[in-house]
Design a protein around this ligand. Structure first.
Ligand SMILES: [Zn+2]
Length: 377
């Protein structure tokens, strides 16, 4: 084992924080293609400088943005480790005025810093270190541009790269410092009710009330949950009606579904599909689908975790693991039978809020951890 990655990264703490500031100064909401190209330009330059032999691929998703792939140490003959991340954030342009890029009390603030732009810097730092020490280990870095909206265009690439790699590290945020060894699968559905409009004062009974129909269905929808199995089902948005004096002809609600096993996801989907209207004059239409399969805590996943825990121990900290409800692109990789360790990002908090930050002190530790994991095959 080479010594010194931690000392090396500690010496670069300020420089790494400065580069993270550059990454978050470009705001990149999902589906803003121009903004996406801007950050990918920056990444192409930075990764290109990290190693002369690095191969870069930019994949344009029309109207969505650009996916970014960097292949390091390609000629080693070994199967690469896949590192997954994303360049998009949930924050609209202008959020930077409400959560300005700044350091305050040893915390670095800014939109998307915790989820997960700062962690892109960890990869850069690790690859530069491997290059400097002439350590041969093949790494494929895939940074997608639509992860926050469900990876409609990124999924195919994630799965393509997953099939040719030996294992996968996902640089999503940690859970209060813990890595993630399990993630629930997700489904997003939309139930629409199409009724019959009528004057609410003159002849209300000629109408079929779509809002009332959908309201009655909510209990049935929620009853498909199974907390003991880890399955949650929640109506999260509801809209309907046009004016106060009209029996509403239309209503729609969105349903968020989370599950720990493939079977549970299928059970809920088929229960939702079999919902029938209570007022038979109203037509119900279910749209949407299961989006991400669950990331199950397999032996392969736990083996990666124990490597990470041992590496963290030599770095002087205790690395815990946990299972969470939120999904990531790691879910797609796990479903292909490839061992995944998720949540390797820098400690911080406030994902998807205006208080998003990372702990600067943690940057060298997580960079060293990632570097050690890449070397230890
Ligand atoms: Zn994320």
């Amino acid at each position: 084992m080479i010594d010194g990655p931690l000392e090396h990264f500690r010496g670069q703490r300020g420089a790494l924080a400065d580069e993270i500031k550059e990454l978050i100064s470009i705001e990149t909401p999902s589906h803003d293609a121009a903004a996406s190209s801007k950050i990918v330009d920056m990444l192409e330059a930075k990764f290109g400088e990290a190693s002369g032999s690095i191969e870069i691929e930019r994949i344009v998703a029309d109207g969505v943005g650009e996916h970014f792939i960097a292949r390091f140490g390609k000629n080693s003959g070994k199967r690469p480790t896949l590192i997954l991340g994303h360049t998009d954030t949930v924050h609209p342009i202008g959020t930077i005025d409400q959560n300005p890029v700044r350091i305050d009390n040893e915390r670095l603030y800014g939109p998307g810093v915790f989820d997960m732009k700062a962690n892109i810097q960890l990869v850069l730092a690790a690859l530069r270190y491997l290059e400097k020490e002439k350590i041969e280990c093949p790494v494929t870095v895939l940074l997608s541009c639509d992860e926050e909206t469900g990876s409609a265009t990124g999924r195919e690439l994630v799965e393509r790269e997953a099939t040719i790699c030996s294992r996968c590290f996902v640089l999503e945020p940690s859970a209060a410092g813990s890595v993630k060894t399990g993630r629930k699968g997700t489904g997003v559905f939309r139930l629409e009710a199409i009724g019959i409009p009528a004057h609410a004062g003159l002849e209300p009974d000629r109408g079929a009330n779509a809002v009332a129909e959908l309201a009655r269905q909510i209990e049935a929808i929620h009853s498909t949950a199974n907390r003991d199995a880890g399955t949650t089902v929640n109506v999260t948005t509801f809209a309907g009606g046009t004016a106060t004096n009209v029996i509403p002809a239309f209503a729609a609600c969105e349903i968020d579904v989370r599950f720990s096993t493939v079977a549970e996801g299928e059970r809920v989907e088929s229960a939702l599909r079999s919902i029938t209207p209570k007022d038979t004059r109203v037509r119900l239409e279910l749209k949407g689908q299961i989006n991400r399969p669950p990331l199950e805590e397999t032996q392969g996943v736990l083996a990666l975790y124990s490597k990470a825990r041992a590496a963290a121990e030599t770095l002087g900290f205790e690395l815990h693991h946990t299972q969470v409800g939120g999904a990531s692109d790691g879910n797609f990789v796990g479903a292909l039978g490839v061992p995944v360790l998720d949540g390797l990002g820098i400690t911080g908090d406030g994902a998807h809020t205006l208080e998003e930050y990372i702990e600067i002190e943690d940057i060298p530790l997580r960079a060293a951890l990632l570097t050690m994991l890449l070397i230890d095959e």
